[in-house]
Write a protein that binds this ligand. Structure first.
Ligand SMILES: C[S@@+](CC[C@H](N)C(=O)[O-])C[C@H]1O[C@@H](n2cnc3c(N)ncnc32)[C@H](O)[C@@H]1O
Length: 215
């Protein structure tokens, strides 16, 4: 059985990861896939976003809320983290486990239900490859829209291992959505949406990030 079947009941888009609606299975997968290093990996992702006390943060494709729970104490006392995911099961799970300054909202990255300029920081980890291919540019444009001028974006995605056999095994287990090099996956979508890219590169645990800013 592929990873996809374990984590969601159906997918409408063979070339995208789709909506995941099994939060407990996802948490188990996260614990196993990062070989016990999930917290360290996501702490690095959070640090790459350079969150500040007081930030209003949006986590697009928040899943179970794991990353937003890491960010929440960093932005206290006045900061807030809003997580968004299309799976009601993920939103329920995240809400049940939410710190006081986190809230979770049902929705899609390509149709963000927030006013213009509402956030200081938009972060999206391992979620762009889940958005349908044709909706990804629109999702990036929505992220620009909901950021205030000068606001920051942090996208984190998987990067395939350098080792060919390991790449093959991961591709076979995960399906097509996780086989792409993140540089190909993201292409020029981030600058095309109106962001200025400030930094990008590899992180530990087979992760890759792009940090950008709304001019
Ligand atoms: C691999 S999980 C990542 C969850 C979390 N960000 C993390 O890093 O653990 C991808 C998430 O993207 C969500 N997703 C799927 N389609 C989406 C869309 N169109 N917009 C936003 N999120 C989406 C899935 O439901 C899933 O929870």
């Amino acid at each position: 059985m592929g990873l996809g079947k374990l984590l969601h009941q159906h997918t409408e888009h063979a070339d995208a990861g789709g909506v995941l609606n099994r939060p407990r299975a996802y948490e188990l997968f996260g614990a196993i896939a990062f070989l016990g290093g999930r917290r360290a990996a996501f702490t690095r992702v959070a640090a790459a976003a350079r969150p500040r006390a007081g930030d209003q943060v949006l986590d697009v494709g928040c899943g179970t809320g794991y990353l937003s729970r890491i960010l929440a104490p960093v932005v206290t006392p006045s900061g807030h983290v809003t997580g968004l995911d299309p799976a009601p099961e993920m939103i329920d799970y995240a809400t049940r486990n939410a710190p006081g300054n986190c809230t979770y909202v049902h929705g899609e990255g390509q149709r963000l239900p927030f006013p213009d300029g509402s956030f200081d920081l938009v972060i999206s980890s391992l979620a762009v490859h889940h958005i349908p291919v044709e909706a990804r540019p629109q999702a990036l444009r929505q992220m620009v829209r909901v950021l205030r001028p000068g606001g920051r974006l942090l996208i984190a995605e998987f990067r395939p291992p350098a080792n060919r056999l390991a790449r093959h095994v991961i591709g076979a287990l995960s399906g097509p959505a996780m086989r792409h090099d993140p540089r190909d996956l993201l292409g020029t979508m981030i600058p095309d949406a109106g962001f200025t890219v400030e930094s990008e590169g590899d992180l530990p645990y087979l992760l890759y990030y792009v940090r950008a800013r709304r001019p």
